[in-house]
Design a binder for this molecule. Structure first.
Ligand code: 13P
Length: 254
């Protein structure tokens, strides 16, 4: 049997609250019918509660796009991990390049977010990746290693817990220029060897899942399907449009 693929739909800020609900009502029966694909929906915070009501008991999982690193307190505008847990989130995206870029999120902040997420038994989806200049300067390996080193600093987790790492080269996000399978393969080898160094006592294949993200759509997803080093995809733009998302999932399922 083929390995189950993990498909994370990061809707970003593309869908309003009402659009998000319409979307899930329209396609949940299609999503539920999929075999061998684990779907994780990551809507905006404000839509989480009502999306959860729609997908409850339906094999579709819920993730948040971000979290704050403190348990509670005077942190205006932030959302706690406890709230996310109460809303049924099993996953949280941490360190997305859009947050690193637009909101100046640092590796130190990302590190604290991963710690609090794991302490609540939620699975972090850590995003890492180089920008175009860094790739052109042959710095991809260094950037990936450094990000893992900093983001996972002193992070320990139980053997029954998992971390998802999404390789998302910044130059491929939202540009329509996906990475080649060779580029993804090379990056994943670097990521796995760094993880093996950081966690010599862990079974890397079991403790980590590795995804690719960056302009994945229905036209290119098939080219990645034979790439055994990845466990699935983190999809942005193509997941926010139900027609494209269904087409993409149909390509994976066939
Ligand atoms: P796109 O699929 O729109 O390139 O976005 C990828 C991404 O950032 C997912 O987190």
């Amino acid at each position: 049997m083929k390995k189950e693929k993990i498909i994370i739909a990061n809707w970003k800020m593309n869908l309003s609250y009402k659009e998000s609900l319409r979307y899930i009502k329209d396609i949940k029966s299609f999503l539920v019918g999929l075999k061998n694909i684990k779907i994780i929906l990551c809507p905006a915070f404000v839509s989480l509660a009502d999306i959860q009501k729609e997908i409850k008991l339906k094999k579709i999982e819920l993730g948040a796009q971000d979290v704050f690193w403190m348990e509670e307190g005077a942190y205006t505008g932030e959302v706690s991990v406890q709230s996310l847990k109460e809303l049924g989130c099993k996953y949280v995206i941490v360190g997305h390049s859009e947050r690193r870029g637009f909101l100046n999120e640092t590796d130190a902040m990302i590190n604290k977010k991963i710690q609090i997420v794991l302490s609540h038994n939620i699975i972090p989806i850590l995003c890492i990746g180089e920008n175009l200049e860094q790739r052109n300067d042959n710095l991809t390996a260094k950037i990936l290693r450094d990000q893992l080193l900093e983001d996972l600093k002193i992070i320990d987790f139980k053997n029954n817990q998992q971390i998802i790492i999404a390789y998302e080269p910044i130059w491929a996000i939202g540009t329509g220029h996906e990475a080649t399978t060779d580029q993804v393969n090379e990056a994943v080898i670097i990521i796995k060897s760094q993880l093996a160094k950081l966690y010599p006592n862990k079974d890397i294949e079991k403790s980590f899942k590795i995804l690719y993200g960056g302009s994945v759509d229905e036209n290119n997803v098939e080219s990645f399907l034979d790439l055994d080093v990845i466990d699935g995809f983190l999809v942005g733009g193509a997941s926010a449009n139900k027609v494209h998302f269904i087409k993409l999932l149909n390509k994976i399922k066939n």
